[in-house]
Design a protein around this ligand. Structure first.
Ligand code: ATP
Length: 138
């Protein structure tokens, strides 16, 4: 069984997580990857997705979008463009963002940037998923 390591998640303006953990899952730009203590050093770009970290039987969730992760054997540092802990997510705001993005995608016009709308939709879906996790765990 692998040991613990330090997880630090920061965004441009604040620290979001600084905890000792057993295991994490990270939304890389090329897909999700897991990290245990002793992992080979690497740098990875982040996509939009759900990050989770586990300590003992407790799992916590963070919505993430963009940035990069630096993995060291005893520490993972995540510099996120956007990150929110599950308990910080405003569900009504995420639902409104989801509706707006769906609306833009369903009626594409010259002035709609579809790629931007797709990213906004994915971010809102991830936020809603992460917020739901917080409540299930209750
Ligand atoms: P919206 O359209 O709802 O304003 P957005 O896509 O413009 O969303 P972002 O650029 O993703 O917003 O984020 C801007 C800031 O607001 C970031 O600090 C982000 O963490 C925060 N944020 C965005 N949506 C939510 C949410 N539903 N709950 C909590 N914080 C949020």
């Amino acid at each position: 069984m692998a040991g613990t390591f330090q997880l630090q998640i920061v965004s441009a303006d604040r620290s979001i997580v600084n905890e000792t953990v057993d295991q994490i899952q990270v939304p890389g730009s090329e897909g999700y990857f897991g990290v245990l203590q002793g992992h080979t050093p690497l740098l990875a770009l982040l996509g939009t997705g759900e990050l989770w970290f586990r300590r003992g039987s407790e799992t916590s969730y963070v919505s993430l979008s963009g940035g990069f992760a630096e993995v060291q054997p005893d520490r993972v540092t995540i510099l996120a463009q956007l990150a929110e802990r599950a308990d910080e997510i405003d569900i009504a705001r995420a639902e409104a963002a989801k509706r707006r993005a769906e609306e833009r995608l369903s009626r594409p016009t010259m002035d709609v940037d579809s790629e931007r709308a797709r990213v906004a939709l994915l971010k809102s879906l991830i936020r809603l998923q992460v917020a739901t996790r917080a409540r299930v765990r209750g």
